[in-house]
Design a protein around this ligand. Structure first.
Ligand code: SAM
Length: 281
């Protein structure tokens, strides 16, 4: 599958993923010590919403376009919008920043980003985007293998974002769980955030049962459904599973989720946040 046509930049799933990503990065900035973000499936970093890269632009119309100019939203949404607006300085929404660009924009001079992308064309575009940013390293390599090689980062603080294309549907969870196990063995306190699509929700239960057995302190699940999760053919929603989330991430995201459901929902939308494992210490 040519991924570029399958990926609908700026849709509801991107909004959820990027809001959570930036909320984690903001939480990491509470301390002055540097941190490292490892983006295992980084993409090209920037997508034109009006052109070939937008896939079905309709998907972004039901996503970022519905919120781009809104004001007075909960802080995590406002801070996400500020980043998307920074990428569209003229005011019209023409370009959508991907995860590595959003992370790099939110990082400070002392922080670092390693972005892995397997597709040569996408990796080239990403390298070009960051050619003048010394904080960013782009690697044209397999993101799962990179986890084994790159964690723990020397900073011992940071985030691993895992955002695979799920070309293998639910079989993708096999390398994902292995990568999380490998990552946690090397970096038990590391924060790992995994994005997953929701078509028919109940098919995800075996994955959650296995994830709950991971050797980590805590596991937070954040989901946004824009319509009931009863059709295997449509992307009805998505989720972020955050392993070892930063302190109070749940509280930062909590007020934003019902707002997202209201703004992006189509039919019986629902947003939830729950703990698959909670640190009681
Ligand atoms: N994380 C990006 C964002 O939020 O803007 C979007 C990434 S997109 C969902 C997934 C990307 O993973 C695609 O660009 C694809 O080429 C790349 N990819 C697929 N398999 C990969 C692998 N094993 N390692 C690294 N990248 C991979």
């Amino acid at each position: 599958m040519n991924y570029r046509h399958a990926y609908h930049a700026g849709n509801h799933a991107d909004v959820l993923k990027h809001v959570v990503l930036l909320a984690i990065v903001d939480a990491l900035k509470r301390k002055d010590a540097p941190f490292c973000v490892i983006d295992t499936h980084a993409g090209r970093g920037q997508y034109l919403l009006q052109g070939e890269q937008s896939g079905a632009t309709g998907e972004a119309r039901a996503g970022i376009f519905r919120m781009f100019v809104l004001k007075g939203l909960p802080p995590v949404l406002q801070s996400y919008l500020k980043r998307v607006q920074a990428d569209n300085p003229v005011g019209a929404l023409v370009s959508y920043p991907g995860s590595p660009l959003l992370a790099a924009q939110a990082m400070r001079p002392q922080d670092r980003l390693v972005a892995c992308e397997l597709q040569p064309d996408e990796a080239r575009a990403l390298s070009l985007l960051f050619k003048d940013d010394k904080r960013v390293t782009v690697m044209a390599r397999d993101g799962y293998a990179a986890i084994k090689a790159l964690v723990p980062p020397k900073e011992r603080r940071g985030l691993v974002l895992i955002d695979p294309p799920y070309e293998q549907q639910e079989d993708e969870f096999v390398p994902i769980l292995q990568a999380l196990k490998d990552g946690l063995e090397r970096w038990p306190t590391g924060c790992f955030a995994l994005w997953y699509p929701i078509k028919r929700g109940r098919t995800l239960q075996p994955f959650f049962r296995k994830a709950a057995r991971l050797d980590c302190k805590s596991l937070l699940r954040v989901e946004l459904l824009v319509r009931p999760d009863d059709s295997p053919l449509r992307l009805n929603g998505s989720g972020m599973l955050v392993v070892n989330p930063p302190w109070q991430l749940d509280q930062a995201l909590g007020p934003a989720l019902p707002v997202l459901a209201r703004l992006l929902g189509e039919q019986q939308p629902n947003a939830t946040l729950d703990w698959l494992k909670k640190d009681e210490t």
